[in-house]
Design a protein around this ligand. Structure first.
Ligand code: GUN
Length: 288
């Protein structure tokens, strides 16, 4: 039996919990956690992601601000914005939407974000903490994927083969690390992998993040696999679709995430959770 794994529903539960905490903070007239999103230029996908993040903050009552800078923003202007946000005591989370326009040095910007406010989990400090299995902020999409696996009882992945297709810094590499931290035997495939379908077919868990509409059909899938589709693409009819050919594989899997309503909403929920976590640490709620 196949089941559709709706990230949208799991994300709603996470957001409901956060909303309760925020309502409580308001009742107690405490400072409210704040997320600032920085967007440079007008990349349509980025605009749509950023709008989703803003709406999610509004829905749960988290403070938020969008700093939308023009395409021609210089490296030093963007660095100044990041440094101002680092110093602003009212700001708990800073997210610089990627990809940045080509003339900007992404690496220098990500390094400039205070790791304590790095709710994206992209600063090398936070990536290092993840590698050492002592995480502070995990990258949102990988964290959301692991959260979804936990909701279907996949907590300890001992003895399971996990195959990740795609090796981006945002999804492929960190999700592979998190799967490894859960004791899975992990293989990362990419454009240079030989016999990639055969490798993919080994996966009890298959995570796909390549950005190619419906690349993955039944030939890539082990029967009964859990398939996590991170792709957000437009097909030839401009219809939203994933990297997996959902209709072609859905009857042979045990679970599959749809697009939309799959991984995307989980990413946003994890971002809100990370921002709440940053708030608690900054307010010293844990006494550490
Ligand atoms: N672009 C695509 N996904 C992400 C993300 O999770 N964070 C940021 N900052 N940019 C992205």
């Amino acid at each position: 039996m196949s089941e559709i794994l709706y990230g949208s529903e799991i994300a709603q539960t996470v957001k409901d919990g956060l909303k309760k905490e925020l309502d409580q903070l308001r009742l107690q007239q405490k400072r409210i956690p704040k997320l600032v999103v920085v967007l440079v230029g007008d990349n349509p996908s980025s605009l749509s992601y950023v709008t989703g993040k803003e709406k999610a903050c509004s829905a749960i009552g988290m403070d938020h601000e969008l700093i939308h800078l023009p395409e021609q923003t210089t490296q030093s202007e963007l660095m100044n914005v990041v440094q101002r946000l680092n110093q602003d005591a009212a700001v708990d989370g800073i997210l610089v939407q990627l990809p940045l326009p080509k003339h900007l040095q992404e690496r220098e910007i990500l390094l400039a974000i205070d790791p304590k406010k790095d709710v994206d989990g992209f600063h090398p400090y936070n990536i290092g903490r993840m590698m050492m299995q002592d995480p502070v902020y995990l990258p949102c999409t990988p964290k959301g994927i692991i959260y979804m696996l936990e909701t279907i009882g996949l907590d300890d992945l001992s003895g399971k083969e996990a195959v990740v297709i795609g090796r981006s810094n945002i999804v492929g590499k960190p999700v592979a690390q998190l799967l490894l931290n859960k004791n899975a035997t992990v293989t990362v495939c990419h454009s240079q992998t030989k016999d990639i379908k055969e490798v993919a077919k080994r996966g009890d868990i298959l995570v796909v993040a390549v950005g190619k509409p419906r690349l993955i059909n039944h030939e890539w899938i082990k029967k009964g696999a859990v398939v996590i589709d991170v792709g957000v693409n437009r097909d030839e009819h401009n219809k939203l679709c994933g990297d997996v050919d959902f209709e072609d594989v859905k009857d042979m899997v045990s679970y599959i995430t749809p697009v939309p309503k799959g991984v995307g909403p989980m990413t946003i929920a994890m971002l809100l959770e990370n921002t709440m976590e940053s708030y608690k640490r900054r307010e010293n709620i844990y006494g550490i």
